[in-house]
Write a protein that binds this ligand. Sequence first.
Ligand code: 5GP
Ligand code: MG
Length: 186
Amino acid sequence: MFPEIERVLIDQATIAARVHELGERIAADLLADVARTGRDQIVLVPILTGSIVFVADLIRQMPIKLSLGVVAVSSYPGQSIQSKGAALRGEIPRDLRGKHVLIVDDILDSGRTLGLIRGLVAEQSPASIRVAVLLRKSLTGPRAVEVHADYAGFDIPDEFVVGYGLDFDGYFRNYPQVAVLRREVS
Ligand code: 5GP
Ligand code: MG
């Protein structure tokens, strides 16, 4: 069904086990924040579109009261590393003051996407900000924007991956594992 897939990097069972672990840990940390601050509102801010599969699985492993406020970002490809970028599409949730915010994305690569959203969230004086990503790319040099991921499911090599929400040209998001495409496709 997916002849373009060359090999699976992280299989379904491994992802499920790790997401379960992350969900429990993040929920416990957020509850500790609530107890510490007396602020009890928890908002997850998933970055569309890549994080949809991850966040759908993650929230079902978090048995706590939370709400979702999605945000859409488009990455624009540049000729050079410097000219690449991330731009907000539409609105960012505007009611984050005093709340515990967990930003969720599929992958931390250059850091531009998460850097942008983290900055916009921080401006609203939330009670706390955390960042969770399914994947974190191991780069040889520094990231264009240094962003700390409080939670990362897997550290992966600097390869282009698809599946579990991640796309190539809009496709493969529904492939249930993290995989690498045949070279002639990507
Ligand atoms: P950033 O470079 O801003 O950290 O990541 C930007 C966005 O590029 C990510 O949210 C993700 O959508 C996309 N991206 C980065 N690396 C990959 C990858 O290996 N595969 C896919 N499909 N998307 C990626
Ligand atoms: Mg994305």
